[in-house]
Design a binder for this molecule. Structure first.
Ligand SMILES: [Zn+2]
Length: 303
């Protein structure tokens, strides 16, 4: 099955090597490993007709004042190790001798649609794991500082009695195309920009199955009961730390009762109406790199 954007077909995460200090120090000094710096959750890219990741030689780490953060191993691509490093401590990275010459720090949410699939994955992964480190500098159990270990894939409390280990967190969100014969529900959340409308979505709660979450969110947001909840595919969405799990479900009710705290509006749209959308239309579909867009396009293609 086709992969969603921000996932990778080629990255080998080599989790069995994350605690192999000889292997790691070899990769950090071999002259061929690559570094993807992240500055205040922005990725370093080179923009032209397309956008590409700016990849530094890992030996540049020394010139990036590494006492502020440890390099994080992302994995291997074609046998080459990729690391990321948080350089947020640098006041103006575009004036920095290494970073300024390499590219510009951009928000992946903005440049994602213009970047290649595999690079999109690496940049999203780098951004997501740096976000987690930034937010977990202190132990949630006892409040003592934590330190990075396992090449950046866990943090351990520095209080020897507590010794708690914390793992990178991913927030699961369900996203669902709700259909009734030849039409689907699109809604407009307050955070959506411009005229964009999208399928419904919401976060999984403790003790819930994914199917429960789909049914609850749809009922809460538009007052519709659903059945035939079917998994479609999923997408990493590190903005800041989600996994979007895509579903399709059939509506049992057709009247929409909108929760105005969650949605500004929601409506049923037919295949003909969706296919007639132009850049001038009052309704615009979600961005092309999103699972929301793919859920809609796959349904449209089944006409
Ligand atoms: Zn602790």
């Amino acid at each position: 099955m086709r992969r969603n954007f921000y996932s990778s077909e080629y990255l080998d995460r080599v989790s069995h090597l994350r605690n192999d200090s000889d292997w790691l120090s070899g990769q950090l000094s071999n002259g061929t490993s690559c570094l993807l710096p992240v500055w205040q959750l922005h990725n370093l890219v080179v923009s032209g007709d397309t956008v590409e990741a700016a990849v530094l030689d890992v030996s540049q780490i020394e010139r990036l004042q590494t006492n502020h953060a440890d390099p994080i191993l992302l994995g291997l691509v074609d046998g080459v190790a990729y690391f990321t490093l948080d350089v947020s401590h640098i006041e103006d990275p575009h004036e920095h001798e290494v970073l300024g010459a390499a590219g510009m720090f951009e928000d992946l949410r903005k440049v994602g649609p213009y970047i290649g699939h595999e690079q999109g994955n690496l940049l999203a992964y780098a951004r997501g794991i740096n976000y987690w480190h930034q937010r977990h500098k202190y132990c949630g159990v006892c409040g003592a500082p934590t330190r990075s270990e396992s090449a950046g894939h866990q943090r351990r409390c520095t209080d020897s009695e507590c010794n708690s280990v914390h793992f990178p967190r991913t927030d699961v969100a369900c996203i669902m195309l709700i259909y009734d014969e030849d039409r689907i529900i699109l809604g407009k959340a307050p955070r959506f920009q411009g005229r964009m409308q999208s399928v419904l979505a919401g976060f999984l709660e403790p003790g819930e199955t994914l199917e429960d979450c789909v049914a609850r969110e749809v009922y809460e947001e538009v007052g519709v009961r659903v059945t035939d909840v079917e998994y479609q595919h999923s997408q990493p969405w590190p903005f800041p730390s989600s996994l979007m799990v895509g579903f399709r479900a059939r509506a049992l009710d057709t009247e929409l009762t909108i929760d105005e705290k969650e949605l500004l509006s929601a409506e049923w749209l037919s295949r003909a109406e969706l296919k007639a959308i132009t850049p001038e239309s009052d309704v615009q579909l979600p961005r092309p790199d999103s699972i929301a867009r793919r859920l809609i396009e796959e349904w449209l293609a089944e006409d």
